[in-house]
Design a protein around this ligand. Structure first.
Ligand code: SF4
Length: 397
């Protein structure tokens, strides 16, 4: 693999590009972040799933670094911080913090998505008292007057904390430019999702997944270039032809990310994954953030009005599960795989409402759970394979 921060974008091999991305996300010592810091002299701030305003950090010269779990690293001390009936991601994050992997980060932002993350932010303050720790209190009221005012204030607070940690002050023109950079990135992501929806055999989800996750540790400009290269390479593959697989949406894995082996297993079991909620931060907005007017207001407005349904967002009017049903129609899926991390309260509390909505709409579904360090997939393979077969045999398509 090329030495980072940039991957070898001149490669003509999709295999090389994908394996470089895979190596990048497996290396918990974060070489790309360390190289970026040496090159730029800037600070790097980690963030937990699912969403933080990366544009704001970027505008202040900060590298946002997504921490969405550490896969199957050996947990030695992380288990001591949490009871056993809790998801895996906080343990692996504590482990990364204590084993020095996150030393290159100058701080962490914890978005308000669940009690586990809230508790983790408090622990982080005690464990790493010399670093920036910010609990991003995301509003659950989506009116401009209440939620908007609250969120804008929180962004201003975060911005000031970044300055205190060594970042440059926020300027409107810089924020506008950062919004443009992230809009370009989102468009590249959306284009790949559109391509996969149309021709899933061209864009295996296991490959798309590692390309997306590479964006968690790369500067946004590099990641956009990577996605464009990835898109050109997958479209140039002549040996990828459609086979008779069931088109499914995979939902529930918006926070702790599934092991790569699980995604490969689902694809091998006879499923084309045509939509998902992996690495949610890269698709947090349905469309572009406005590039005109006050840029901080634009960030706030996008959060209030343009974010997709997610278990960590309260729906005050409308019906839980409605958007999922709509997504099934939009991507031509034949079934839904509910695939959530074990002990994930937000995902598993939503699931009965989602399954009820999907059932009412006559859409087949099945459900299973995983942990980021799951290593045995045989049972899931049999379940997903049987589900795919039943769709192909009895759905009448
Ligand atoms: S996996 Fe679920 S419960 Fe665990 S930190 Fe993420 S949102 Fe919270």
């Amino acid at each position: 693999m090329s030495t980072l921060t940039e991957l070898d974008l001149a490669t003509t091999s999709i295999t090389t590009l994908v394996s470089d991305c895979e190596e990048l996300i497996r290396d918990t010592s974060m070489p790309s972040v360390r190289t970026w810091k040496e090159r730029t002299g800037g600070i790097a701030i980690g963030f937990m799933p699912t969403y933080i305003p990366r544009e704001l950090l970027h505008a202040q010269g900060v590298l946002p670094v997504g921490i969405m779990g550490a896969g199957d690293i050996e947990i030695i001390r992380g288990d001591a911080y949490y009871q056993s009936y809790i998801c895996h991601i906080p343990r692996s994050t504590v482990e990364l913090g204590l084993n020095g992997s996150l030393d290159c980060l100058d701080g962490m932002v914890f978005p308000a998505i669940c009690d586990v993350i809230r508790n983790l932010s408090g622990m982080w303050k005690m464990m790493f008292a010399d670093k920036l720790v910010h609990y991003l209190d995301l509003p659950q009221d989506f009116s401009a007057e209440i939620g908007g005012t609250f969120y804008r204030h929180d962004l201003e607070l975060l911005s000031q904390k970044l300055v205190d940690a060594g970042a440059r002050p926020l300027e409107a023109e810089a924020l506008r430019a950062s919004i443009r950079a992230y809009n370009e990135n989102s468009r590249a992501v959306r284009a790949l999702y559109d391509l996969r929806r149309r021709e899933p055999w061209r864009v295996p989800t296991a490959e798309l997944y590692v390309a997306l996750r590479a964006g968690l540790v790369l500067p946004v400009e590099s990641h956009t270039a990577l996605l464009e290269r990835f898109s050109a390479l997958v479209q140039a593959q002549t040996d990828r032809v459609p086979v008779d697989q069931a088109r499914v949406i995979l939902t529930g894995s918006f926070c702790e990310q599934p092991p790569l082996g699980l995604i490969k297993t689902l694809e091998r079991s006879g499923c084309y994954i045509v939509d998902d909620d992996f690495v949610q931060v890269s698709r947090w907005f349905r469309g572009d953030i406005s590039e005109t007017g006050d840029p901080l207001d634009a960030l706030v407005g996008a959060f209030l009005n343009d974010a997709p349904a997610c278990p960590t967002r309260y729906i005050d009017d409308g019906e839980k599960g409605r958007e999922l049903v709509d997504r099934v129609g939009a991507c031509g899926a034949e079934g839904v795989l509910f695939c959530a991390p074990s002990f994930c309260d937000p995902a598993l509390l939503d699931q009965p409402m989602d399954t009820a909505a999907v059932t009412r709409a006559g859409i087949p579904w099945t459900a299973f759970k995983y942990s980021e360090d799951t290593g045995q997939f045989q049972v899931i393979r049999e379940q997903a394979g049987t589900f795919a077969d039943s769709i192909k045999l009895w759905s009448g398509t």
